[in-house]
Design a protein around this ligand. Structure first.
Ligand code: SF4
Ligand SMILES: [Zn+2]
Length: 322
């Protein structure tokens, strides 16, 4: 861990280093896409993701840049179902839908409970609905929403990292116990959960980043989640650039993502995915980057270990954890 970690990381410092938000329209999602994903039943199927335009998340996690596409004030009741309805008229037929709202689906200030019935009716033809939530906002509300739904509900939560002190520095405002309690509440109520896990958050070396991402997968599965998604940490929100400048944060390497994904898949405990968005950021070798992205994508879909890529850049690989 870096010795130069005396910056006081709190909401004020994180927000003060931010740039401007993008202009968004509360009647329209700020994006949507379709991607292939391996389902819990083992099939590879198309999943639609709608990036809903919503109010800013009240938590201000150190590494988060989702605030960029949010509104300053709560969106009116009806706006979220309107956004979903608008996208659904354009979507090809898919069985699974992720509703990501740049915050917590179960935050009353983000999505009013008054909207649940209409949302449930809009999504009734899907097999699965995935929403995201801060673990501290997991409670009976999730059950009320689940009970209105025809599709199966899955809830994604940020564990981020199972290192208690680093988790505290991420300003997530939760403990590992909060995460375990949320996962166990969902399990008890037969709601599937997935954990987002960070690869190399600030204040960790590359090998510590690998080690703690593996530990975090173990922690999440032990807590009862069914699926883990490993996300290599990026800069881009102001605070992370400053930490980078101070030597407290460096981008992880794509080799480390491969190592952690291999580890998670080999556990055979649940699905483990690597986030493959914009992976060019995490490699300086143009010769093998496309092959590595293909390898990660194939491993995500098949949940088996593909042959290692051999390249002249192999000598730059970090150690596999410590
Ligand atoms: S809880 Fe999620 S959306 Fe909210 S600031 Fe943290 S990472 Fe971002
Ligand atoms: Zn290479």
């Amino acid at each position: 861990m870096s010795k130069n970690d005396e910056v006081v990381i709190n909401n004020k410092w994180i927000v003060s280093n931010r740039g401007k938000k993008n202009i968004v329209d509360s009647r329209r999602p700020y994006g949507w896409l379709i991607e292939k994903e391996r389902t819990a039943s083992g099939k590879i199927e198309d999943t639609a993701i709608i990036f809903l335009t919503n109010s800013e998340c009240p938590f201000h996690c150190l590494m988060c840049d989702l605030w960029k596409n949010t509104t300053d004030k709560p969106v009116p009741v009806g706006a979220i179902p309107d956004q979903i309805e608008w996208v659904l008229t354009q979507l090809p037929e898919v069985k699974h839908l992720k509703l990501y709202n740049s915050g917590s689906f179960f935050d009353e200030k983000a999505i009013s409970e008054a909207d649940y019935i209409r949302i449930a009716s809009l999504v009734e033809n899907f097999d699965t609905i995935v929403v995201e939530s801060h673990p501290k906002l997991i409670n009976e509300k999730c059950l009320r929403f689940r009970d209105m739904l025809k599709p199966e509900l899955e809830i994604a939560m940020g564990l981020e990292i199972a290192h208690p002190e680093i988790l505290k520095k991420l300003n997530k405002q939760m403990t590992l116990e909060d995460f375990s309690n949320a996962a166990s509440f969902l399990n008890k109520n037969e709601i599937r959960s997935r954990a987002f896990i960070l690869l190399r958050p600030p204040f960790l070396s590359e090998s510590e980043g690998i080690y703690w991402a593996k530990k975090s997968i173990d922690f999440a599965f032990n807590a009862g989640v069914e699926c883990c998604t490993v996300i290599p940490v990026r800069a881009g929100n102001g605070a992370m650039e400053l930490l980078m400048k101070n030597g407290d944060f460096s981008l992880p390497n794509i080799y480390s993502l491969e190592t952690v994904l291999e580890y998670g898949i080999k556990l055979h405990t649940g699905r483990v995915f690597a986030d493959v968005w914009d992976l060019g950021l995490f490699s300086s070798c143009k010769k093998c980057i496309d092959q590595r992205i293909n390898r990660l994508t194939t491993m995500n879909l098949n949940q088996t270990i593909d042959d290692q890529i051999v390249c002249t850049c192999d000598s730059a690989k970090p150690e596999n954890g410590f």
